[in-house]
Design a protein around this ligand. Structure first.
Ligand code: SAM
Length: 262
């Protein structure tokens, strides 16, 4: 039974790392005048309101994207700033785009979006939010969807895998899943997000991912203070296969920004 709801965490420091890197990669890929596919295995609801009671209750967005915007972490030309501006002008100042809506705002009419979400309520919200963008949504297991679509048409593109890790076996099976997806789609950019936990639950998965020597893979991690006392997440990681040219430089900028956090 799935219970995770991203509205409690939308715009937190993990989202800032994940969404900044995702937006940068999509902005880079979209510079080339060739269509691409965007596939997301764990989409969430696509659009969040940061003044919602759930978001205010945790205060995670206040310590994340709201702080980043107040301190000008990303200049006006950064693709994350562009997506935020577009979504806020359409949905109000408290609106925050989830990853599917960041992608929809940065991609072109010629690009294809495939979005999986299993939770019935989250799926209904996702389908409604993404309908105006012409995205294909699927109430289906994201890993099954990914297997069935690869290699996608158009063949260029990016897949985001952003599980809620409610199923603890995800940590054990993700390296194998990613290696298999990469074999089926050797030109695709595959990005996996993972939490950095106080008990280092993610460490064996990350070692295994690195040991597979997948093409042009880059692992980026940022530490940050726990959202509240006793909270186990103390950082955020992205493992990217076929990382686009310039990706490493972008991660170094985030290292500097996150190093200022106390
Ligand atoms: N990627 C989103 C973003 O950054 O805006 C957040 C996604 S949230 C971390 C993870 C989502 O995965 C939850 O909405 C959860 O319901 C969904 N989920 C969990 N298991 C799934 C599965 N096997 N297939 C598809 N979605 C799943």
């Amino acid at each position: 039974m799935l219970s995770y709801q991203h509205i409690y965490h939308a715009g937190n420091l993990a989202d800032v790392q994940k969404h900044a890197l995702l937006a940068w990669m999509l902005g880079y890929l979209a510079q080339k005048d060739k269509p691409l596919s965007y596939i997301e295995t764990h989409s969430g609801r696509g659009l969040y309101q940061l003044d919602a009671a759930e978001s205010r209750r945790t205060g995670e967005a206040a310590a994340g994207i709201e702080r980043a915007q107040a301190e000008g972490w990303f200049d006006a030309h950064h693709p994350l700033s562009q997506a935020l501006r577009q979504v806020q002008s359409r949905h109000g100042a408290a609106a925050y785009p989830g990853s599917p809506m960041i992608a929809a705002n940065l991609l072109r009419k010629s690009d294809s979006l495939h979005l999986a979400e299993l939770h019935p309520r989250e799926y209904a919200a996702l389908a409604a939010a993404m309908r105006p963008y012409g995205a294909k949504t699927y109430q289906q297991d994201g890993f099954e969807l990914a297997q069935s679509l690869l290699p996608p048409t158009p063949r260029r593109g990016l897949m985001l895998i952003d599980p809620s890790y409610e199923v603890k076996s995800d940590y054990d099976r993700l390296p194998g899943i990613i290696a298999k997806l990469h074999r089926k789609w050797n030109v695709g950019v595959i990005a996996l997000w993972y939490p950095i936990l106080t008990d280092r639950r993610q460490a064996a998965m990350v070692s295994e991912l690195k040991s597979q020597n997948l093409s042009k893979s880059i692992c980026h991690e940022v530490p940050f203070p726990a959202a509240r006392e006793g909270h186990r997440m103390v950082g955020s990681g992205m493992f990217v296969v076929n990382a686009p040219f310039g990706f490493a430089d972008e991660t170094h900028k985030l290292d500097t920004l996150f190093s200022r956090l106390k």
